[in-house]
Design a protein around this ligand. Structure first.
Ligand code: SF4
Length: 370
């Protein structure tokens, strides 16, 4: 067996070996595999033991911590090769929800590297990555940590983000270019990376894996969590509001100031569970800076009745955490990404919890997951 070599791919004009270890989804990884004639049948050879081990570990990390670690050992080749092998392992489990979980874990790994690269080193790698991988024309603005991308490219992507700060009206647009802060750009790449990995996995034609992989695949199936429950929202009463909303209401009740994101959460959440603008307005009079006309306009704007007629959605838990307005209940907020998923008073849409009875049977699940 040929020892694993990456030199043949090092001649890329764009990326070094360490970049490929960090960003193994680059097309150079495929070229490297082809150039070194590494076929799937060869993966069972002892020379690839570390590659398969790291691939298994990548998937396990995504399952256990929703994050593929950004540790890179001395052998960069192992890190590079383990990514396509991990994709094959995920595909071999035939668990659709593991595709999403794994893709998110890999995207977070990329986010971690980008954050370091853009603060510690030059921004060159990131810019090349964005140009090559996302096909985006990226300009660096005169102001540090500000970038610009074309309006059309931006519009294609902004709808994926629920947070109002992504709306075009909240962006600076100049000469057909939209300005993005460094963290926004990283978030954009992370999201793109996630959806490209999902697409890649969904479209993958899995070759026959060596029999030695069977036990690894079985183990991953065993430790994979059940799919997320699809919930049907019932009429949610105040006793079942999520802790963040309860906190906002408590502050209002005490006549204390509610931070911007607390107010935004209140309006979006209560509209989402069927409250009217008037009912929401009734909550505000104790607010220290209450001005009826201003508050009414803001709530109507959020409801899509005024201004750009955009109905705003409830901010994600991640956004609320970023803005220090999460008051997490460790049990009831477990593994939710939106206050609307707060589990009280919700019922599974179908089956015994996952909505996929066949898969539940295959894995032997008998109870609805939390
Ligand atoms: S985890 Fe989500 S729902 Fe729970 S308190 Fe935090 S923001 Fe609210």
């Amino acid at each position: 067996m040929t020892n694993i070599r990456v030199e043949s791919a090092v001649n890329s004009e764009y990326f070094g070996t360490d970049d490929r270890a960090k960003y193994p989804f680059l097309s150079e990884t495929g070229e490297y595999i082809r150039e070194n004639d590494i076929s799937v049948s060869k993966l069972a050879h002892p020379d690839f033991k570390l590659v398969v081990k790291r691939a298994e570990e990548r998937v396990e990390e995504a399952i256990n911590s929703h994050y593929v670690s950004d540790k890179i050992g001395e052998n960069l080749d192992v890190e590079i090769m383990s990514f396509p092998v991990a994709l094959m392992l995920v595909k071999a489990t035939k668990l659709d929800h593991l595709i999403d979980l794994y893709a998110s874990g890999e995207a977070k790994r990329v986010q971690s590297f980008l954050t370091k690269d853009m603060s510690e080193r030059t921004q060159g790698t990131t810019e090349r990555l964005v140009r090559k991988f996302l096909g985006l024309g990226l300009e660096t603005a005169e102001v540090q940590n500000v970038f610009r991308i074309g309006l059309a490219d931006y519009l294609k992507r902004e709808t994926k983000f629920r947070d109002p700060r992504w709306r075009l009206v909240n962006r600076t647009v100049h000469n057909g270019k939209v300005s993005l802060q460094r963290d926004d750009l990283i978030q954009l790449i992370e999201d793109e990376m996630r959806s490209i990995t999902v697409t890649r996995l969904k479209n993958m034609n899995l070759p026959k894996l060596p029999a030695e992989f069977d036990s690894v695949v079985r183990k991953l199936i065993q430790i994979a969590p059940p799919p997320r429950v699809k919930y049907t929202t019932l009429n949610i009463g105040p006793e079942n509001y999520p802790p963040c909303l309860k906190q906002a209401l408590l502050l209002l009740e005490k006549g204390e100031n509610v931070p911007h994101y607390g107010r935004f959460l209140m309006a979006t959440y209560l509209l989402a569970v069927g409250k009217s603008v008037d009912e929401i307005m009734d909550l505000f009079p104790k607010s220290p800076d209450f001005k009826k006309s201003v508050t009414q306009y803001q709530v109507e704007h959020i409801a899509g009745l005024k201004g750009g007629r955009t109905k705003y959605t409830v901010p994600s838990c991640k956004t609320l955490q970023t803005h220090s307005f999460c008051f997490k209940d460790p049990v009831k907020c477990y593994e939710i990404s939106s206050p609307l998923q707060y589990p009280s008073r919700r019922i599974p849409a179908a089956g015994n919890g996952s909505g996929n009875v066949k898969e539940e049977k295959r894995k032997g699940w008998t109870k609805a997951p939390r």
